[in-house]
Design a protein. Structure first.
Length: 529
């Protein structure tokens, strides 16, 4: 018996209007998702995966032209529905887990209000029932502290925690089709496994269909029933997961399947001078309660951490989502209020005023995990990269500035064709590379890289790791490489700090950490790897 598809896409084409003209993103694809099935849509950054997915609930950006073709959901043509009618599907029968949770969550509303709001749009219930459902959803997605944090705002959660909140919102109304756009990108391996198992369990119990978008073929084998491979806006190969992974026919698919990291544990030189030192760094966030948001206590995000970053070397900072990695990195850059001492290039910066620290920003640059939120949505790529150069190198002439911008873009695998595009016109991976280019253009002494490869496909991750190695070798830049991905940490790091629950549980040269891990938590991380 053939199971009828709940989603049937026929000859779908999507184009975007840009200053350079009309750019096709999806080219006449055909795709079907059956009831009680998980279909993975796989491809590199910019291949058209997200444009395809966002066409279904009609959530394409403003510069998208009306899609051509047909999208049938349970026999209903979605492309012809008026806006009011399609709203009854969004968040109800069709739900989406977005790639950028921080930009999808309202920073002004508590997590309870945001989850409850999605439920209230499509169903009626009293406040007590709604709160019980919200708590149940948060526990389901792995936030056991949900009861005490219902009134907290998105910025107080880690990237991985925000992603789980997004999943809770998407599942609130029991959708028939769940579109999961890179839902595990920001999660460590252990949490990633939990989320994948959660989605499979929910899908099995509810017979919900899932369109699972990813660039990571390693995930595909753990969750998907079938795979569709996408390249340059076209579906080039479709089939059962085992068949695609074991017997790929297209060269592109073979490259996706077989691409692996060159695993290198770099030799650490203890005599290399320190460029930054943090001593007894602590960061606490206030816990609020009640209508007037009174401070009732503090949550310790980083607790008495000491760390050394050395010139021309990469210090890896690894740990699960919510361990305090990003908070520590932002504290070292003086972008987060902290206690303790921080020395940068021999100067104490922990007690400098904002004006004094601003002069040093050129030499200490961040690349944020949330690339979309870090890029000004009203500025073009050319303006985003050029802004910092003009600020810190005001003597730069226009021609020289443009050459610097184009050269830096090429270094991160992007062409000059995107110079006039806005951030929303780029894929997640392209935005991440623009954020890196912005930092590299200033020729800093230190770059704090917060999950810089998380939204990139494996092939692009490897290219970026190789690029970072080459830049470091040529320019002697120090990196603080923050990641939950032990593979990328091993490929780039000289020295590694392992972080858990706001504390450093183990640190040492990369080879030592991987060959002779002492802490049980470190051993668990490496065993997963």
């Amino acid at each position: 018996m053939t199971i009828q598809p709940i989603l049937n896409i026929k000859k779908l084409s999507v184009c975007f209007s840009t200053p350079k003209g009309i750019i096709p993103a999806v080219r006449g694809i055909e795709l079907a998702v059956r009831k009680n099935e998980i279909l993975a849509l796989v491809g590199e950054s910019g291949s058209g995966k997200t444009a395809t997915a966002m066409s279904i609930p009609r959530l394409l950006p403003n510069n998208a032209l009306p899609p051509e073709g047909s999208i049938l959901f349970d026999g209903i043509e979605l492309l012809n529905l008026p806006e009011r009618a399609i709203q009854k599907f969004r968040g109800n029968r069709i739900s989406v887990i977005f790639q950028d949770p921080m930009n999808s969550l309202n920073p002004l509303h508590s997590i309870e209000k945001q989850i409850a709001e999605n439920m209230g749009i499509h169903r009626s219930s009293n406040r007590k029932e709604t709160r019980a459902r919200v708590i149940d959803l948060l526990h389901t997605v792995g936030l056991p502290e949900a009861v005490s944090r219902l009134g907290d705002y998105p910025h107080t959660f880690s990237g991985g925690q925000r992603q789980r909140i997004m999943i809770a919102i998407a599942l609130a109304n029991g959708p028939e089709l769940l579109i999961a756009d890179e839902p595990t990108t920001a999660l460590d391996e252990a949490t990633q496994t939990q989320i994948l198992e959660l989605l499979k369990d929910i899908q099995s119990r509810t017979q919900m269909a899932i369109l699972f978008i990813t660039h990571d073929l390693g995930i595909v084998g753990r969750i998907a029933d079938r795979v569709a491979v996408m390249k340059n806006g076209e579906i080039i190969e479709t089939g059962a997961t085992d068949h695609i992974l074991k017997n790929p026919k297209q060269f592109y698919t073979k490259r996706l399947v077989r691409t692996e990291y060159t695993q290198i544990s770099h030799d650490f030189d203890i005599n290399t001078p320190a460029i930054m030192t943090g001593e007894d760094i602590s960061v606490d966030f206030p816990a609020h309660k009640g209508f007037f948001r009174r401070t009732t206590g503090y949550i310790s995000a980083v607790n008495d951490v000491s760390i050394v970053l050395r010139q021309g070397q990469t210090t890896g900072l690894v740990g699960e989502s919510g361990s305090g990695k990003t908070t520590l990195g932002m504290a070292l850059l003086r972008l987060e209020k902290s206690r303790g001492k921080i020395l940068f290039m021999g100067n104490a910066i922990h007690d400098l005023n904002p004006k004094a620290i601003r002069r040093m920003r050129r030499d200490m640059q961040p690349v944020f995990q949330d690339s979309y939120g870090a890029l000004n949505p009203s500025m073009t790529v050319n303006e985003i990269i050029g802004e910092g150069v003009q600020l810190h190198y005001p003597e730069t002439q226009n021609d020289s500035l443009r050459d610097t911008i184009i050269s830096t873009l090429r270094n991160v695998g992007l062409s000059a064709q995107i110079l006039d595009r806005l951030p929303h016109e780029l894929s997640g991976g392209q935005r991440q590379r623009v954020a890196l280019a912005r930092a590299l253009a200033l020729k800093p002494e230190l770059i704090v890289l917060d999950e810089p490869t998380s939204s990139l496909d494996r092939f692009m991750q490897i290219k970026l790791i190789g690029l970072l190695r080459d830049i470091q070798k040529a320019c002697k830049i120090a990196y603080l490489f923050i990641s939950h991905d032990i593979k990328t940490v091993k490929a780039l790091s000289h020295y590694i700090f392992v972080m858990r629950h706001g504390r450093i549980v183990e640190h040492g040269p990369a080879r030592q950490i991987f060959e002779e891990p002492k802490d049980i938590y470190t051993q668990t991380l490496i065993s997963v790897f």
